[in-house]
Design a protein around this ligand. Sequence first.
Ligand code: AMP
Length: 307
Amino acid sequence: MSLTAVGSIAFDSVRTPFGARDRMLGGSAVHFSLAASFFTDVRLVGPVGDDFGEEELAVLRARGVITDDIEHVEGGKTFFWRGHYEYDMNLAHTDETQLNVFGDFQPKLSDGSRGAEMLFLGNIQPQLQLEVREACGGAELAGLDSMNLWIETERDDLLKAIGKADYLLLNDAEIRMLTDETNLARAAHQVMEMGPRVVVAKRGEYGAALFTEDHPFAIPGYLLEDVRDPTGAGDSFAGGFLGYLDGQRAAGLSPFDFDSLRQAMAYGSVLASFNVEDFGTERVASLTMDEIAERLKHFRHITRFEA
Ligand code: AMP
């Protein structure tokens, strides 16, 4: 079982009402990979610059993430994002985005990454998501995430990339923006007509909704007293969700089976809840499977109980 993830590998400078951090390890693919690493073998693909070193790689390797396809661009600078949150931490305010080495990145994938059965096309330029989807033609399944920036600026390429995805994970506001439809259920069904069989609408602290051909399903967020930094929550959710489904697929079970999807939603919610407890990758980097199982118990009234 293996999963190849592409998306931003970043340094993030973040301010929330509960503190601030400068240039911490982040990026959509990093948050995703750390979360998915609890369920499957993850290969992370993407470029970094001279400012990315052993310390950052060590965080990924400690969770078993395979870093062979992280390409060091000599003389380049790693993707950089600066943002802040007000008291409503469901909304990220972007203050600065520097694509840097992602500006002209051409993915060169190893045989290992090409051979993965599951693909995660994390938030990054849609053109790049398409190239990676093509390079990994053998992958049985692909999940895709994106954001308002690409919906506004690269809509055509994004629609092509969405057309090649089996699972689409977006914020509820982004799904509405993509379809120009205010009702979430209708919007999700419009998205399914674009290609994906499964649509997940992430709703910040309120949890997430799942749409398939026949059943809608919603899961609450795990209610925490301390939320310090929501950055990466959506990607951690995606990592728990797709990582778990890849494990199911490898065990010979259908990754579209409704029970598996519900359980994947619960793992997504749990991983996201750990992510927001501390800044950046700090909490998930020290997380254990026992802690995940303990928190999963809180969802036993709505999911299959495995812990
Ligand atoms: P989220 O899960 O939505 O909170 O994603 C947060 C991550 O997205 C941060 O770690 C950022 O580095 C990354 N990010 C922010 N803006 C972009 C962008 N335009 N393209 C790719 N990644 C981004």
